[in-house]
Design a protein around this ligand. Structure first.
Ligand code: G6P
Length: 609
């Protein structure tokens, strides 16, 4: 994880670095630092904690310069200390910021120690600083020193490098972690993502694996992984600055929960434009989808739960076998591969390392085709896939995923219907009805958002609890899992989810008056079964908090609290029922005073194992 930013300009770049790091904090937020060339020294300010703390320290220090690099960290190698915070500096001459993990850092560390280098941190990054220094002081240019050093590294990196006696050069390199170059007028930038430099420029070049960049104030030169000079296309970013601001909201998570009607209708618009036709997933889809014999979904975290929901749709609507696997597990097992099973990766960021590696592994095992459901254009996972569906959720900044999840579900639903149609299982009438249900979805989600005052009232009861249990059945079981994940991520209450029918095989033993039990119980085919499961909880003194819809016909009674969405929305019901569990987690976290957008120990983009 971690975020990096760098700038070379004719003005003081410290405010640009600091603002950039604030925008990149979603990538890691346990410590931050900047290094700038200031006269005859590289000056560095680092602090444990948030970027704001480092910003104050930099202001106190009067830090200024026209060339510099910055970093916000999510610790992997070495604890959260100032010594381990980036930038890392070698002999006062070379400063490096790094996102990623250097796998051969131990061998390199030993080699560099033998060459006389002393290490002041436990990080893998310090190895890069010394290695670049080693080549630089042997006579290589800064660019060549970075080239020689990176060609000896294995693992993943996006790095920015400056040198004491090179006031006109910023060098960067990328392998396995995102990095882009921003083009300004008489100034240029590097960043992990475009949000970091948006106030300075919208013109960006996405680096490819193995690229190395040489930036001056007036130009940018790139070489590719074969050391050949290369020109990469310049993109004009359409990310708006407003989408990165909080506006009237207190937290990004709150903002993003409330943006869901818009995010959903934007995503549904794509479906409407193409209909449930293969072209929705790219030009090659018409040749690929009819050949398929099954689907294998790979994802992590919340995206994995989107995949679990999709399994129900794909098997019932498309009539194709579908299995769903946690990417980090799949990549290390001898999995059976049917080449005609489509790999579907789901990733908000498009850069989750485990998902990316699982995709590569699936291809090695012989899967012929891969489809990516992703929210970030030009990110690594869709670029490594044959087909893609981009969700139109807009920038998601809160670490706990919300609008990305519900829009992923729209993409997956569209996939299920499209596959069903390709296989002759979806009649024109059914297709029209699915489209109609999608059109009504943003309105139903808005109705669910209107339940916020009631959910807020419930949250007080949860705030003092240590544990919570979430139950659901069928299509709503993954939503119970997502509700439990949200609650544990941001409120730190231990929460687990079970398919309600499984209650009697273990978790019922945990139920007593101290264990709130959240039940997702819309009026679907399993409702009566869920009601029986709820009786089992009540009989043991458990307190029930039920999310139902108007058609479920629940009434409040002693120990049974009910919140109803206005109506049952059929097959898209899991999307609507996600909203209340998101809001519950949000309000419980608020009551407990946690850092909602940046929960402890977590990060949004997990680019390490
Ligand atoms: C992290 C985030 C989660 C996210 C997961 C997968 O754990 O905190 O919110 O669901 O990564 O991320 P992806 O970008 O691949 O969807």
């Amino acid at each position: 994880m971690c975020g990096i930013v760098g700038a070379i300009a004719q003005r003081n770049i410290v405010p640009i670095l600091v603002e950039g790091l604030k925008r990149l904090e979603y990538r890691g937020y346990d410590s931050a630092g900047v290094a700038v060339l200031a006269g005859d020294e590289i000056r560095r300010v680092r602090r444990v904690g948030r970027v704001a703390e480092m910003e104050s320290a930099a202001a106190e220090d009067g830090l200024q310069g026209q060339l510099g690099i910055g970093h916000t960290r999510w610790a992997t190698h070495g604890g959260v200390t100032e010594y381990n915070a980036h930038p890392h500096i070698s002999f006062g001459k070379i400063a490096v910021v790094h996102n990623g993990i250097i796998e051969n850092h131990e061998q390199q560390r030993q080699r560099l120690k033998d060459l006389g280098y002393a290490f002041e941190s436990q990080t893998d990054t310090e190895v890069i600083a010394h290695l670049v220094h080693h080549y630089y002081q042997s006579g290589s240019s800064l660019f060549d020193a970075v080239k020689q050093a990176t060609r000896e590294l294995t693992g993943a990196y996006a790095i920015g490098v400056i040198a004491l006696d090179r006031p006109d050069e910023l060098v960067c390199a990328r392998m396995g972690c995102p990095l882009l170059v921003g083009l300004g007028e008489g100034e240029n930038f590097i960043a992990s993502d475009v949000s970091a430099i948006l106030s300075a420029t919208r013109r960006v070049i996405f680096l490819e694996e193995g690229d190395i960049g040489h930036l001056t104030r007036d130009g940018v030169k790139l070489i590719d992984k074969n050391d050949q000079p290369i020109e990469r296309p310049v993109h004009l970013s359409d990310v708006s600055l407003a989408s990165l601001e909080l506006g009237p909201y207190s937290h990004f998570m709150q903002k993003e929960i409330h943006e869901q009607p818009k995010a959903l209708s934007d995503t549904i618009e794509a479906v409407q434009d193409y209909g449930f036709n293969p072209e929705l997933f790219g030009d090659a889809a018409a040749g690929i989808l009819p050949q398929l014999e099954g689907v294998k979904i790979l994802a992590c975290g919340t995206s994995y739960y989107a995949g679990m929901t999709a399994k129900y749709w794909i098997e019932s609507i498309a009539g194709l076998p579908c299995d769903v696997e946690i990417a980090s597990e799949y990549r290390y097992r001898d999995a059976f591969a049917n080449p005609k099973h489509l790999i579907v990766t789901i990733s908000q960021s498009g850069e989750t390392l485990d998902t990316m590696e699982a995709l590569k592994y699936a291809k090695e095992l012989g899967h012929q085709y891969a489809l990516s459901i992703c929210n970030v254009r030009e990110s690594a996972i869709p670029r490594a896939s044959d087909l893609v569906f981009y969700t139109r959720a807009g920038a998601e900044i809160g670490v706990a995923s919300t609008k990305a999840f519900t829009t992923q579900l729209v993409g997956l639903f569209a996939l299920a219907v499209t596959l069903g149609k390709t296989r002759g299982r979806v009649s024109a009438e059914a297709e029209a009805q699915y489209l109609d249900e999608l059109r009504h979805l943003p309105g139903s989600v808005q109705h669910a958002l209107n339940l916020e005052p009631q959910i807020k009232a419930w949250s007080e009861r949860f705030a003092a609890k240590d544990d919570a249990l979430f139950l659901g059945r069928g299509l709503h079981y993954p939503i119970a899992l997502e509700g439990a994940l949200k609650l544990k991520e941001i409120s730190y209450i231990h929460a687990e989810a079970y398919p309600a029918g499984e209650l009697k095989h273990g978790p019922l033993a945990l139920v007593d008056e101290n264990m709130p039990v959240v039940v997702i119980a819309p009026n679907d085919a399993l409702l009566e079964k869920v009601k029986s499961n709820m009786q089992e909880v009540r009989a043991r003194g458990g307190e029930l908090f039920v999310f139902a819809d108007a058609d479920s016909h629940f009434s409040e009674s002693d120990g049974v609290h009910v919140i109803r969405t206005p109506r049952h929305v059929g097959v898209l019901s899991p999307i609507v029922h996600t909203i209340p569990v998101q809001m519950l987690a949000y309000h419980v976290a608020l009551s407990r005073g946690t850092d909602v957008d940046k929960p402890r120990n977590l990060a949004k983009s997990v680019t390490v194992e």
